[in-house]
Design a binder for this molecule. Structure first.
Ligand SMILES: *Cc1c(COP(=O)(O)O)cnc(C)c1O
Length: 391
């Protein structure tokens, strides 16, 4: 049975990205693959096993629920770290299964100790510090209380990590703020070490921090967007690839992006029809034909994550050519102007994101049109679109 569209996940592209990132972080640093948001839309159950096949054995999720999903498809040697929500009654599951988690408030710290005592098993915790993001993390005034409590209960705790998160390492406008965060983090880790609390991993860096502030790499990095083949933003791309871009212009060679998108999104033409000049297409009056046009219907709509804001502007590839969405994006369908692709017919492959012949549609160009970030567009890809892993 043909689903209306499907996502292809390329193992070769992932392997390429991991190799590039390994080169950037060095060989001794732990690479934690961030798979929150359903592995940025790629599908936890599809992505995790191929990441393991490429040598990854540490995964970061947001919630205990995602941790459970990851634990069901991971192999024995892989670690899971929860960076966000875990209810007090889920702590028991996490501790039993050796899942480590961020602790950023006293209530969770106390509940952790209580649960670990009951289970007679150490909890693996990451003390998450507030350094200027102002979302969560222990404030500087709390640190003495935290240290005292942690030391008193060290029988029940493993100091897996001390962490923080940066407030916009992708943009130079945040330079001072991020630099201040790095300084505060280092000071506070030193302070903890003087108190006799030495974490196994000091970890602070997301993709943008790895790429723009190499001093944040430390013992472990938490990389999401870059492993999926996307630069965190255009500025980070330019900053990192400036020399390569100049070289490729001077040598008249094709610029080869070291990060390759691992995801493609494909569908098929379901119907082709001709419409006379001067007709409105689809609901209402948003599109008027100006010539005799050939239109293809594709079974993709906003219900599948193809944003309604791509109405009349989105592009897709058919027979290696770019073609435009005409009229509103419907719940389950779009109309594409294929007047200039005379051989287009029912059953033709339609590429919404990815390559076809020599052309390519990137999530970035897609999201620039509709003002979404890569992150948002990816994570909004519905979980019920079939995902297919390809070599
Ligand atoms: C999402 C997240 C990351 C990864 O961010 P990317 O920009 O995708 O690399 C790292 N750390 C924390 C705490 C996160 O929430």
């Amino acid at each position: 049975m043909f689903e209306s569209s499907y996502l292809e996940i390329s193992k070769t592209a992932l392997k390429n990205n991991l190799k590039y990132l390994r080169g950037r972080i060095g060989k001794d640093v732990v690479f934690s693959s961030v798979i929150k948001g359903n592995a940025y839309g790629h599908g936890i159950e599809h992505f995790l096993p191929i990441a393991e096949q490429c040598g990854v054995n540490h995964f970061s999720v947001f919630s205990a629920h995602e941790a459970l999903r990851a634990s069901r498809c991971k192999s024995k040697g892989s670690d899971i770290m929860i960076m966000g929500v875990i209810e007090n009654d889920e702590l028991e599951w996490a501790i039993r299964h050796n899942v480590s988690f961020f602790v950023f408030e006293m209530d969770r710290l106390k509940a952790t100790v209580k649960t670990a005592r009951k289970l007679k098993k150490k909890a693996r915790i990451h003390l998450h510090l507030e350094t200027g993001f102002h979302r969560m993390g222990f404030e500087s005034e709390q640190l003495q209380e935290v240290a005292n409590y942690v030391k008193k209960n060290q029988k029940y705790l493993e100091y897996e990590g001390i962490s923080t998160h940066y407030a916009g390492a992708e943009g130079v406008e945040n330079y001072l703020r991020v630099k201040t965060q790095i300084e505060r983090y280092n000071e506070r880790v030193n302070w903890f070490e003087n108190e006799g609390i030495s974490p196994k991993y000091r970890h602070t860096a997301c993709s943008a921090a790895v790429l723009n502030y190499p001093e944040t790499i430390m013992d472990m990095v938490r990389v999401g967007i870059a492993q999926y083949g996307f630069w965190p933003n255009q500025e980070t791309f330019m900053k990192n690839m400036k020399n390569e871009l100049i070289e490729s212009v001077q040598n008249k060679t094709q610029f080869d992006d070291p990060l390759k998108r691992i995801l493609s999104w494909k569908s098929k033409v379901m119907n082709v029809k001709e419409v006379d000049a001067g007709e409105f297409v689809g609901y209402g009056t948003s599109y008027l034909t100006t010539r005799k046009e050939k239109l293809a219907a594709v079974p993709i709509g906003y219900a599948h994550g193809f944003s309604r804001s791509l109405s009349n502007i989105g592009k897709v590839l058919i027979r290696g050519k770019r073609a435009r969405v005409v009229g509103f994006v419907n719940m389950n369908a779009i109309m594409i102007d294929v007047t200039d692709i005379p051989h287009a017919r029912k059953g033709d492959e339609v590429v919404l994101i990815g390559n076809q012949k020599k052309d390519s549609i990137s999530v970035a160009s897609f999201s620039e049109l509709s003002n979404h970030l890569n992150y948002e567009l990816l994570t909004r890809l519905p979980s019920n679109i079939p995902r297919i892993v390809v070599e």
